[in-house]
Ligand binder design. Structure first.
Ligand SMILES: *Cc1c(COP(=O)(O)O)cnc(C)c1O
Length: 370
């Protein structure tokens, strides 16, 4: 059979596997008639904390809110500085902006695309309060080095674990290193809801309590408001769905790794094509499989013509976005981030992909270079 259409993203295989359990979960919430801050959320928070090997998980409405509330729980505010990667999804930057603190971008390693620990110390000033490592595309940052720098300079660490659920560094799961960390259950993430959802993870009970009050109008007891909080809660329906999907995360992660291994092997040795590299001790759960080439647009067209969907993560780095023009950054300020934006291409990587599909993709990439 000739394959003519491989979408960049597909939920088909995962949804088919869990369909009955998702319908049961819906039925349970429907019958219970309790929609916000109930047993489903408590149960999911408990199992996600156990999965992530942390003491506390606090469910919130989405990943951006999780990042923002993490920074608020640490009392980060105007006058403070926060170190973020120059190449990340814009949410990491937005979370800092919403606190009023200043964004201090640091370039990634050109090999792993993750925050380069060797470049962090030069960006630290007397105003620096926190470092936000992003485990981009599913690869764990070099957390030993980052935690060491943070400790030395008395800084907080807030991990952006939106793309890396189940990844680990030196055997320890991402989302469990920082003082308080954020993740997203946006549908396309490795653990995705059927809508928006996110969570904070921490081992610190005081920070957990603060985050939990912040997500619910700054209130611990109904109609008593201690602080100026937000309405950012993970609803019962999404919590019930996530509890089902969490049970499959390990299986799906292994599938992602197996597909990546096929790509790593099949695409090796092509001159001018960079494959994802992993740092020593850094686990990779392949939220995305990102290849790099100066001929990115031509390769994308070639794959598209041959029925293969692709995507670009991300075409414009945050410092060149209109939203950040008031910061005064210009082209050339963060050359590695800019080069990544100009050369990166994500090829399909979905649990349930067949060998026929992955070998067709390998064949078509090779055909472009032949
Ligand atoms: C998806 C994502 C977010 C934001 O998550 P939402 O749930 O969409 O708000 C934050 N950071 C990174 C790195 C992401 O990929």
């Amino acid at each position: 059979m000739q394959i003519t259409n491989i979408p960049f993203l597909s939920f088909d295989s995962q949804n088919q596997l869990i369909e009955n359990e998702i319908r049961t979960a819906f039925e349970r919430v429907f019958q219970n008639k309790w929609y916000i801050l109930g047993n489903e959320l408590t149960a999911f928070e408990k199992s996600y904390a156990a999965f992530n090997q942390v003491n506390h998980c606090i469910g919130v409405a989405n990943g951006l809110d999780a990042l923002h509330i993490a920074l608020r729980a640490l009392d980060i505010t105007a006058g403070d500085e926060v170190i973020v990667p120059s190449n990340t999804y814009i949410a990491t930057w937005l979370a800092v902006s919403h606190t009023g603190a200043a964004i201090v971008p640091v370039e990634p390693s050109a090999a792993t695309y993750n925050l380069d620990p060797q470049k962090i110390e030069a960006a630290i000033t007397s105003k620096t309060k926190a470092i936000m490592p992003v485990h981009l595309y599913g690869q764990a940052c070099e957390m030993d080095a980052i935690m060491h720098i943070a400790q030395k300079h008395n800084l907080y660490v807030v991990e952006d674990n939106a793309q890396a659920q189940a990844a680990s560094y030196n055997g320890q799961l991402t989302g469990s290193f920082g003082h308080i960390n954020a993740t997203s259950f946006y549908p396309t993430k490795n653990l995705g809801a059927f809508g928006d959802a996110g969570a904070l993870t921490t081992n610190n009970p005081a920070l957990a309590a603060k985050a939990s009050v912040l997500r619910n109008y700054g209130s611990e007891t109904k109609y008593y408001n201690e602080v100026i909080g937000f309405n950012s809660r993970l609803d019962e329906l999404q919590a019930a769905f996530l509890s089902v999907k969490l049970k499959y995360l390990e299986t799906w992660t292994n599938e992602r790794k197996a597909i990546a291994a096929i790509y790593n092997q099949g695409l090796a040795g092509i001159a001018g094509l960079h494959l994802p590299a992993t740092a020593l001790n850094a686990g990779h759960v392949y939220h995305l499989y990102v290849i790099r080439t100066p001929q990115r647009d031509e390769l994308q067209q070639h794959l598209n013509k041959n029925g293969i969907g692709t995507a670009i993560h991300y075409p414009i780095p945050p410092h060149l976005q209109k939203a950040y023009r008031q910061l005064g950054f210009k082209k050339g300020d963060f050359p590695i981030a800019e080069d990544l934006a100009a050369t990166s291409l994500s090829i399909p990587l979905n649990p349930g992909m067949t060998e026929e599909e992955t070998s067709y993709i390998v064949k078509q990439v090779r055909a472009f270079y032949a």
